[in-house]
Design a protein around this ligand. Sequence first.
Ligand SMILES: Cc1cc2nc3c(=O)[nH]c(=O)nc-3n(C[C@H](O)[C@H](O)[C@H](O)COP(=O)(O)OP(=O)(O)OC[C@H]3O[C@@H](n4cnc5c(N)ncnc54)[C@H](O)[C@@H]3O)c2cc1C
Length: 383
Amino acid sequence: MTDWNALSDEEFRRIVRDFFEREYPPHLRFPATRLRWAQIREWHEKLLARGWVAPAWPREYGGMGLSPAKLLIFIEEQERWGVARGRDMGVQMVGPLLIRYGTEEQKRYWLPRILTCEHIWCQGYSEPEAGSDLASLATRAVRQGDHFVVDGRKIWSTLADDATHMFMLVRTNPDAPRKQAGISFLLVDMKSPGITVRPITTLSGEAEFCEVLFEGVRVPVANLVGEIDDGWRMAKALLGFERLFIGSPKLARNALTQLEKLARARGLFADPAFADRYARLALDVADHAALYARFAERVRRGEPLGAEVSLLKIWATETYQAITELMREAAGPDAAVPGFLDYGGERLDVLGTWYFARPTTIYGGSNEIQRNILAKAVLELPG
Ligand SMILES: Cc1cc2nc3c(=O)[nH]c(=O)nc-3n(C[C@H](O)[C@H](O)[C@H](O)COP(=O)(O)OP(=O)(O)OC[C@H]3O[C@@H](n4cnc5c(N)ncnc54)[C@H](O)[C@@H]3O)c2cc1C
């Protein structure tokens, strides 16, 4: 087995880039929606055959065991080539959690099935009355012998109708002194009796989310990860690396490239007002990328990221949205047409990209919440 960390950065980047450019299906580059299992399966099989499904996992569990520096290169190359996210909640969230907090038996059972995608995971955190204020979640799990009985309602679970399992936060002790206490982390088979999945169609016409109802759903106690009532600590641990990657410049950068193609095809750079707006956005993207590189460098050195990383997410997503707004204006009436259109040989999905940009300021901790974090933890403003 190759020790990827022993290669030079340049060599490793070349190998990763070659593989993506050669093997990744061209029609799936830069998709404007989250892909379903049937669409991404073939690519997953290629990654699996190469042992590249889980770049960040230790090798003993079937991962690539990449150092932070090599992992950044892997992700940069994915982003550069427009490689879509797979059905990766198992790899990105459940796996790392089990590796850190799971029992040996749990690791032996769940981890290989995550790698093969025999199990496809969705996330059950948000509820109708618990989003930004997640600790208010009310879905109950009551222990009865060697099972928990779960009752409640989750919402906005991305592609839950395309998943076999859900990792979820449930309230196991409603009498705990603080609402963050008394929450536990459960792994649930979506085929369990008592689960109803209702897809929710978004503005773009895609059924990307689901509402998931739980009525007397029996979940084996063996599916509890970590200690009972300690789920909040684990949910927070999952945020770690994600806080950096959610602020990556990739979306804004890709959108800027699309805007440039559109503008060239329509001769818009001859208009000084347009050129001025484009230049401002291009500078925002460049500034953001420079800031991102500084945070990424800290990760490379193995240093923790402070609360100021929230700045990245705000800047990345708001710049991205601003670019898609200008794209929409630049496309004129075409902006109302769904799907890809041809602009001088370039295929662009203006409306899809605009839709895709809308929720970025909401998920992963809304931008208002990120601003609160900056105000309190960085600027130390009174609460
Ligand atoms: C594309 C997408 C995918 C998602 N996927 C999943 C998933 O797979 N699983 C899952 O569990 N959830 C998922 N979510 C849900 C997401 O985590 C929540 O939407 C998010 O946490 C916000 O919660 P909410 O929608 O309840 O809004 P609310 O918390 O009700 O907020 C409504 C508005 O009020 C603002 N607000 C709230 N509190 C404050 C405050 N204290 N100060 C200032 N402003 C505030 C918010 O910023 C927002 O603008 C997804 C959401 C999106 C958009």
